[in-house]
Ligand binder design. Structure first.
Ligand code: NAD
Ligand code: DAU
Length: 360
């Protein structure tokens, strides 16, 4: 039975990935999920898996070298899929240090422990061991001209503390591959959306606010462009890169789905209008009047766009979910998980919201 060590599996993409992997491989794999359960980690995302014998949750910080060493010592790990990170750009602008700690130093611990566990006395590595580092398109910076795309050879030019810390972590992985021939891949993916996304990110925040008739905050002129990918397509890409990709290579993963932020907000309003029953009192609340332009994000990258040509040509992956279907599935999931949303927005969320949006 192949054993996966997944870091950050209680977060948005990690939990979707774990669900995807069990759906795909059933009980032929074992997954060990290592997560510190920061504000972004939520065990409710994985509640249905709790009783599975081949799923293990370990609460640990990836910066805690002893804890990570112990996990490698006690388990025969075949694959590492490294999601754990501080992931929100706005938070990185307010509090950059934790981003360096988790994203850079935590990745260094993960690399060191995997290397120590897998390395043979002659400096080569045990057969069929692989480390996949999950990264972002934001490391490439911002595209200003239409028709330009990020590809794997685009020079790194991160702007936010978040993207700089992810770029640092990518560089460490590259250094391990170049120096030790450490068996790894990097994926750089565009903006994900789908179930279990924490409502600090644009799409779940807009859905949640709209359903309560709260203002919909749009930064700047609303014309910044992101390339949106349904999260399950990302989970599939990660698995395909580990199984079919060439070791030591980077693969860009994107949705071929560029949209301005204001378009996203309008699509959500229209889709909510279509999906809410006439008898639902929330229907009257969801209107364009809620759209509120607010002060821009500092250093706000204008446009991200990925050309996922390499992953398509080498591995056969492509984004399967059309945005109009993905956004309906996402909204349906939030309709069906009102308690999940209530739980994650109780407690500290309100404080975060007031700090981030109160004076905007
Ligand atoms: P998330 O914030 O939803 O989840 C992060 C998870 O990591 C949480 O469960 C959190 O508890 C855990 N974590 C944080 N610090 C930790 C630490 N020190 N030790 C152990 N666990 C820790 O993030 P996400 O959106 O699911 O992103 C996952 C990964 O994918 C990140 O590396 C991110 O950079 C990358 N990524 C995200 C997107 C996106 O659109 N969300 C796109 C491309 C790449
Ligand atoms: O591109 C991949 C990246 O996508 C990931 O690496 C990050 O982890 C992930 O958070 C995401 O970063 P963004 O900054 O693009 O996502 P966010 O949802 O925070 O914002 C999307 C766009 O919407 C961005 O241009 C800022 C804007 N925005 C965001 C929020 C939260 C608003 O206009 N209003 C808002 O309230």
């Amino acid at each position: 039975m192949r054993t996966y060590l997944v870091t950050g599996g209680a977060g948005f993409i990690g939990s979707n990935y774990i669900h995807y992997m069990f759906r795909k491989y059933g009980d032929t794999i074992k997954i060990i999920n290592v997560d510190a359960l920061t504000y972004a980690g939520n065990l409710e995302n994985l509640k249905d898996l709790e009783k599975k014998e081949n799923y293990i949750f370990i609460r640990a910080n990836i910066c805690d070298k002893e804890a990570i060493e112990k996990i490698f010592a006690e388990n025969e790990i075949d694959r590492v899929v490294h999601f754990a990170a501080e992931s929100h750009v706005d938070r990185s602008i307010r509090d950059p240090e934790i981003f360096v700690q988790t994203n850079v130093l935590g990745t260094a611990v993960m690399l060191n422990c995997a290397k120590a566990a897998w390395e043979l006395p002659d400096g080569s590595f045990q057969k069929d061991k692989k480390f996949l580092h999950v990264s972002t398109d934001e490391v490439y910076g911002s595209l200003e001209k239409e028709g330009e795309y990020f590809c794997e050879t685009t020079p790194y030019a991160p702007h936010s503390p978040y993207s700089a810390s992810k770029a640092g972590s990518d560089m460490l992985v590259k250094a391990y591959m170049d120096t030790y021939h450490f068996p790894a891949n990097i994926t750089n993916c565009s903006n994900n959306y789908g179930p279990y996304q924490f409502p600090e990110k644009l799409i779940p925040l807009i859905i949640n606010n709209a359903l309560q008739g709260r203002k919909l905050p749009v930064y700047g002129d609303g014309k910044n462009v992101r390339d949106w990918l349904y999260v399950e397509d990302h989970a599939k890409a990660i698995d395909m890169v580990q199984e079919k990709g060439r070791l030591f290579e980077t693969y860009n993963v994107g949705g071929h789905n560029e949209k301005q932020n204001i378009e996203i907000v309008n699509i959500i309003i229209e889709t909510l209008q279509e999906m809410l029953e006439d008898s639902d009192p929330r229907k009257a609340l969801v209107t364009r009047d809620l759209i509120t332009y607010v002060e821009d994000r500092k250093g706000h990258d204008r446009r991200y766009a990925i050309a996922p040509d390499k992953i398509k040509a080498q591995i056969g992956w492509y984004p399967e979910t059309m945005f109009k279907d993905g956004i309906r599935k996402t909204i349906k999931w939030y309709f069906e998980h009102e308690d999940w949303m209530k739980n994650v927005t109780s407690g500290d969320y309100q404080k975060y919201y007031n700090e981030m949006y109160g004076s905007r």
